[in-house]
Ligand binder design. Structure first.
Ligand SMILES: Nc1nc2c(ncn2[C@@H]2O[C@H](COP(=O)(O)OP(=O)(O)OP(=O)(O)O)[C@@H](O)[C@H]2O)c(=O)[nH]1
Ligand SMILES: [Mg+2]
Length: 289
């Protein structure tokens, strides 16, 4: 945490400028530095201006309160709840290194604890041998079945097998890993669309969710990732990871408000228990602290 959070910065600009044009300029800069993105920063600043424009001078507390209101209308959360009587298929997507495999293990642990289901883990990232081994290791630690094939094999086939295996074992959940890296972007998109088609064809009676993992430390790059994956396959829910390692983390604001995508979980560490259902109130509190 090398930089102060938004709350600290707000304090600074509040003591620096009167509530005039300068204030709003500094305010927008502050939001942008907090990874909220230029478009959303302007949007927030316009709303604040519309509320307080001619009034002034205001206290930091008043601004903070209104900022919380504005943000809570921009950041959407999705309930991660599942129906334990119906099969749920979670396809986990995201660029390399964002925390997909770790999040899969954490979600498996969460659903077992909360819903008493035994998820089948699917090693659909066949691009690297290490990715398969990593998921197998989590499976051993959690004592969960991991369906895998050789590195380089067809991820669609691995996930198909996983769905069949879950069916025969009576498991109500499949959580599938996917590769975040391919030879190039169009390869990746094509591959994901192919997997999506296979799952869709097997998911008639199931709840099928496409879960995108976004790393809170990657800044506005995260917005472009969300746009790319959403365009490729249509994202249902997002998990924000590494919120513990980011003093900024405003990325959820622009993704949620501009793409309309909700967040279902937030990751705050490397342990299995460091994953909580996303609470937009908590997220905003922390963002402004
Ligand atoms: N601090 C922190 N670290 C995390 C969190 N989630 C994941 N990590 C760490 O981030 C690193 C990458 O995680 P992985 O799960 O391997 O990421 P991935 O997206 O599967 O990566 P690839 O398979 O290489 O594409 C690991 O060292 C994880 O322990 C989190 O919420 N907080
Ligand atoms: Mg991985």
């Amino acid at each position: 945490m090398d930089k102060p959070g938004l709350g600290e910065r707000l304090k600074k600009i509040f003591t620096k400028s009167e509530l005039g044009e300068n204030f709003y300029e500094d305010f927008e800069d502050m939001l942008i530095e907090g990874d909220i993105g230029a478009a959303s920063a302007m949007d927030i600043s316009d709303k604040l201006r519309a509320k307080f424009g001619k009034k002034g001078p205001l206290s930091k507390e008043e601004i903070s309160e209104e900022l919380k209101n504005i943000l809570s209308n921009m950041v959407k959360s999705a309930d991660p709840a599942v129906d334990p009587d119906r099969t749920t298929i979670l396809m986990v997507l995201g660029v390399n290194g964002v925390g997909k495999t770790t999040t899969i293990a954490k979600m498996a642990d969460f659903y077992r604890r909360e819903y008493n289901i035994e998820p089948v883990l699917s090693a659909g990232d066949t691009f690297r041998a290490a990715a398969i081994d990593q998921l197998k290791l989590h499976g051993e630690r959690l004592d969960l079945k991991v369906i895998h094939q050789q590195p380089g094999s067809d991820p669609g086939a691995v996930i198909y097998d996983s769905i069949e295996s879950a069916k025969s074992r009576g498991s109500k959940m499949i959580i599938a890993d996917t590769a975040g890296r391919m030879h190039n972007k169009s390869h990746l998109v094509k591959e994901l669309q192919k997997i999506d088609k296979i799952i869709s064809s097997r998911a008639a009676d199931s709840e099928y969710r496409k879960i995108l993992v976004i790393d809170a430390t990657t800044g506005q790059n995260g917005f472009r990732q969300a746009e790319m994956f959403h365009e490729a396959v249509g994202i249902d829910q997002i998990v924000l990871t590494k919120y513990d390692s980011s003093a900024k983390g405003g990325i959820a604001v622009s993704i949620s408000s501009r793409l309309g995508l909700p967040f279902s979980f937030i990751g705050t560490g490397e342990k299995y228990s460091d994953l909580k259902p996303f609470d937009s109130g908590d997220y905003i509190e922390r963002l402004l602290s």
